[in-house]
Design a protein. Structure first.
Length: 410
């Protein structure tokens, strides 16, 4: 449940000169450092399946799926929504509620090899995924400030230990495992561990050693366990300081492309309008972060003037799609309304939707009566729901006063 959420963050450690203890480890460290040195700023699509187990003898159940864009820029992680024009958020938890964490993408090799914050033991010959590999055990002390856990009660820097596996032929790191040490009781956590797998991945015409997947397991009070299984895909070079491009063709040299003229619509302070979903939402396959499109079934009027035409497209993202005990909760975060030659931002407004049939079932005959009953979360009974293309919703948008805060996923 969301009240039992835990967050794990791996951060870059302070540098400490601990030389490798043997020539083989020196070569492995040099290989990892060189990979970090030549690694371009890049971004990948990140898909996270989140599972929860309510007790020791209970099975895991999938709670939701999350889709994000994650970038590794100048040694730091940045997050954003799929398809967005920029990635600026350094903490995933600012975008996604629930059990989340940073560090899976690119920071563990930096902590162990570049910053040299780990005490590393002797090598052992083993096998990993069909390859002859070297295995090393390592430990990072809490005073290196490399591993931070945040639970429902509090946060603490902790030490961690684990192992990493290295391809004996290429000296590429194949896997890093880490387990938090001596977690304080005042965090509300019992255990936190992280496993990250790596492989050579093409970016442009070159290949680099990148993370391809991770698994994070967090055990909280009452033996409630959260498990996040993450996969990285579609990796490409990150262009610009904080602007993500997706490989659109560049204009010819010397050409000037003028943007089409666009009008910013002035919205009424409070309006209600019927909308029709264009993007299906399926609780088994849709994910937090997915774009949802809908169209206005009637114009939005202000003082007898149409400020938004019928057919204007309403843009939203899935902000929450979570399995509860006997139902599924859906939350949509509405962002913009687009129409031919115009645009309206929904920032700074409280935006909510409810099922059209619910509107009629309650027999609300005016917007003023209806506004008292608008839900923040749409809840559906059972383990699955589908809102197909063509489903009707009622949409309400209200301008927030300066002293108000938007209660929906801000």
């Amino acid at each position: 449940m969301r009240g039992r959420v835990a967050i794990l963050v791996v951060v870059a450690a302070q540098a400490q000169e601990i030389p490798p203890v043997d020539p083989l480890l020196a070569k492995i460290s040099s290989n990892a450092i060189e990979n970090q040195r030549v690694l371009p700023n890049y971004t990948c699509s990140e898909t996270i399946e989140r599972f929860e187990k309510p007790g020791k003898n209970k099975p895991f159940e999938r709670m939701d799926i999350v889709r994000l864009e994650v970038a590794y820029v100048e040694g730091k992680e940045l997050f954003g929504w799929p398809g967005s024009s920029s990635l600026r958020e350094p903490e995933m938890s600012k975008l996604v509620s629930g059990a989340t964490g940073n560090g899976d993408f690119g920071l563990l090799p930096k902590v162990i090899f570049v910053k040299r914050s780990a005490a590393i033991g002797a090598a052992a010959v083993t096998e990993h995924q069909g390859k002859v590999a070297w295995r090393y055990d390592y430990r990072v002390a809490a005073d290196k400030h490399a591993f931070r856990v945040t639970g429902p009660i509090g946060s603490a820097d902790v030490g961690f230990h684990g192992s990493f596996w290295v391809d004996a032929a290429t000296l590429d790191v194949l896997r890093i495992e880490g387990l938090a040490d001596d977690i304080r009781a005042d965090t509300g956590l019992l255990s936190v561990d992280l496993v990250v797998d790596y492989a050579r991945t093409a970016i442009g015409r070159s290949t680099f050693l990148l993370p391809v997947g991770s698994e994070r397991t967090i055990i909280g009070l009452h033996d409630i366990t959260h498990r996040n299984v993450t996969r990285f895909s579609d990796c490409r070079q990150f262009v610009g300081e904080s602007v993500l491009t997706f490989g659109d063709p560049l204009p010819a040299p010397g050409s000037v492309i003028a943007p089409p003229p666009r009008t910013d619509a002035n919205l009424p302070n409070d309006f209600v309008v019927g909308v029709r979903i264009e993007t299906p939402i399926d609780s088994q396959s849709s994910a937090v972060g997915d774009i949802v499109k809908a169209v206005l079934r009637s114009p939005v009027m202000d003082h007898h003037e149409a400020v938004l035409p019928k057919g204007a497209r309403l843009m939203a993202r899935v902000a929450r799609l979570e399995r509860l005990a006997s139902s599924v909760a859906l939350e949509l975060k509405f962002t913009d309304i687009e129409f031919e030659g115009g645009h309206a931002s929904l920032e700074g407004r409280e935006n909510r939707a409810m099922l059209h049939q619910t509107y009629f079932a309650k027999e609300f005959h005016s917007a003023s009566a209806m506004t008292r009953f608008w839900p923040q979360i749409l809840t559906f009974r059972g383990k699955r729901f589908v809102l197909g293309s063509g489903t009707d919703l009622m949409f309400r948008s209200r301008l927030l006063k300066s002293e108000e805060h938007d209660p929906i996923h801000r």
